[in-house]
Design a protein around this ligand. Structure first.
Ligand code: FAD
Ligand code: NAI
Length: 473
């Protein structure tokens, strides 16, 4: 006997679970299918983000940052440790797992509260049905008038070097290393490489990142990227750009990565463990999209239009399994917009105001266009920057690295992009997102009262700098 729902969501990550909750809020009957298994084999809602992504990585970043503060920065404040702090890795990993579990349980609670029916297992299209689609999960068949595919992504392996999660680690293994490795190699100096590399460097590993591109953080504003590579190198991360990986070999002792460096010379990196963080691939295997004729694009993502419609009527797809940035908040926005469209409302995602954050120290955050993008588009712009070194709160914190940068239209002063590197910019960026969503000018921000002393004053000062009238520099 098939169970009928207005909406069947396949995938319980941030795209899927948020879509399910929003659809239920709008009065629809909703099922969500997710196959993630927790340590006890039971459901663990939240997908990559909650289980092996955003949440556990931020837990380890926090623990390792406290550790680094204790050993490197407490003394500046006159706090004396009789011995240097040591790290109990098992306890740190245990705490991370507790944080993950709290989030898993939180989503299960939200499903109950919103009356979303949850099915644990792999969802696969079984065929078209009267007024909808059949989706099989275990022995059950669910019929959805609408189906939302939110199956997410998984780590891409290097050809010839599959993940064993012992020596060659994806993000999964990188978040569960049992003891600090002496030498840690990282292939790909992108978001995961920098966040995970920072965690294990702070705890004492010698970390080397090998990056294929000649530019560091090519997607970021290059003024910010230059500050970032300076700061990371000073902390002890070794970053080699423009390399070509030729092979990876493992033996009892560890891992040997042979590569060609930017000068064309053959090199070998010997390490105890290797994180491979070279991007992610969409999850479509096992979905049996062929049964209904679901189209993929040339890169294997589910093909969708701007409104997340697939080629099939009433089948939608959101999050990492479709084009666009692989970010939890992008997946959530798409999930909400799709649920609202199904309900006949005007769901909307503004791709121009999706913020990016890299949770290293200093943190990096941006929204909108970079200077290099504006230049290549031939757009006339004005720029204003303000360094945290001139911000009173940053001095009091003892964390003055970095700057805030505004880019505004030369004629209208509309904010086109805001780029930040420094303390807590993961939080400061929200003001810039709001400003851009309301199509504010840099003068709007410059005229708004910001609390003193606060890091947010650097945002105001950078906006003032667009008009060359900073007050504290
Ligand atoms: P997912 O979270 O991948 O969820 C998909 C779910 O569907 C999974 O549970 C999967 O098992 C399940 N599934 C797949 N196929 C089926 C099927 N056929 N049947 C049933 N279930 C299925 N983003 C940020 O915005 N901020 C961050 O700080 C951040 N940190 C990250 C750190 C790491 C280490 C990683 C790897 C990613 C990070 N991300 C971050 C990215 C973020 O995790 C993803 O963008 C987000 O999880 C995508 O959400 P999603 O719902 O599309 O997919
Ligand atoms: P990424 O795209 O951020 O970085 C991958 C890096 O690997 C790139 O710099 C790329 O040039 C490099 N690379 C690719 N192939 C290579 C090769 N063969 N040899 C050497 N270098 C190579 O991808 P990453 O770090 O794997 O993360 C995946 C996604 O997860 C991110 O794009 C992001 O969307 C999401 N994420 C978001 C976070 C956040 O928001 N704070 C944190 C972590 C992940």
């Amino acid at each position: 006997m098939s169970k009928n729902f207005d909406v069947v969501v396949i995938g319980g990550g941030p795209g899927g679970y948020i879509a399910a909750i929003r659809a239920a809020q709008l009065g629809m009957s909703v099922a969500c299918i997710d196959d993630w298994k927790g340590a006890d084999g039971g459901p663990a809602l939240g997908g990559t983000c909650t289980n092996i992504g955003c949440i556990p990585s931020k837990a380890l970043l926090q623990s390792s940052e406290y550790f680094e503060h204790a050993n490197r920065h407490f003394a500046e404040h006159g706090i004396v440790l009789e011995k240097s702090a040591s790290i109990d890795v098992a306890k740190m990993i245990g705490r991370k797992s507790k944080v993950v579990k709290q989030n898993n349980d939180g989503i299960a609670f939200l499903f109950k509260k919103n009356k979303v029916s949850f099915f644990h297992g792999r969802g696969a299209f079984a065929g078209k049905a009267d007024g909808g689609y059949e989706v099989r999960v275990g022995d059950e068949v669910l019929t959805g008038r609408h189906v939302i595919v939110a199956t997410g992504s998984t780590a891409r392996a290097l050809p010839g070097a599959p993940f064993d999660e012992e020596k060659i680690l994806s993000n999964d293994g990188a978040l569960s290393i049992g003891a600090v490795p002496k030498r840690l190699g990282v292939i790909g100096a992108g978001v995961i490489g920098l966040e995970m590399g920072s965690v294990w460097r702070r705890l004492g590993a010698e970390v080397t990142l090998l990056e294929a591109l000649p530019e560091f953080l090519a997607a970021a504003d290059q003024q910010i990227a230059k500050e970032a590579i300076k700061a990371f190198t000073k902390q002890g991360l070794k970053i080699e750009l423009g390399v070509r990986i030729d092979g990876v070999k493992t033996d009892k002792k560890g891992v040997a990565v042979s590569y060609t460096d930017a000068r064309g010379e053959q090199q070998t990196l010997a390490c105890d463990r290797l994180i491979v963080s070279i991007g992610r691939l969409p999850n479509t295997a096992g979905l049996n999209g062929e049964a209904v004729g679901l189209q993929l694009d040339e890169r294997g993502f589910v093909a969708v239009d701007d409104a997340c419609r697939t080629n099939l009527p009433n089948v939608w797809a959101v999050g990492d399994v479709v084009r666009g940035p692989m970010l939890a908040h992008k997946a959530e926005e798409e999930g909400v917009a799709v649920a609202e469209r199904i309900a006949g409302q005007h769901g909307h995602v503004d791709f121009n105001t999706i913020p990016w954050v890299i949770y290293t120290s200093p943190e990096i955050a941006w929204v909108g266009q970079t200077e290099q993008q504006l230049k290549s588009a031939g757009r006339a712009y004005k720029a204003g920057t303000f360094p945290f070194a001139a911000n009173g709160r940053a001095r009091a914190l003892g964390d003055t690295t970095g700057l805030v940068k505004f880019l505004a239209d030369a004629a209208t002063d509309e904010i086109l992009g805001v780029h930040m590197i420094g303390p807590m910019v993961s939080e400061l960026i929200a003001e810039a997102v709001v400003a851009m969503a309301f199509r504010a000018s840099s003068e709007d921000i410059a005229r708004i009262c910001h609390a003193h002393p606060s890091l947010s004053e650097a945002t105001k000062e950078a906006a003032l700098a667009v008009d060359k009238r900073t007050l504290n520099l």
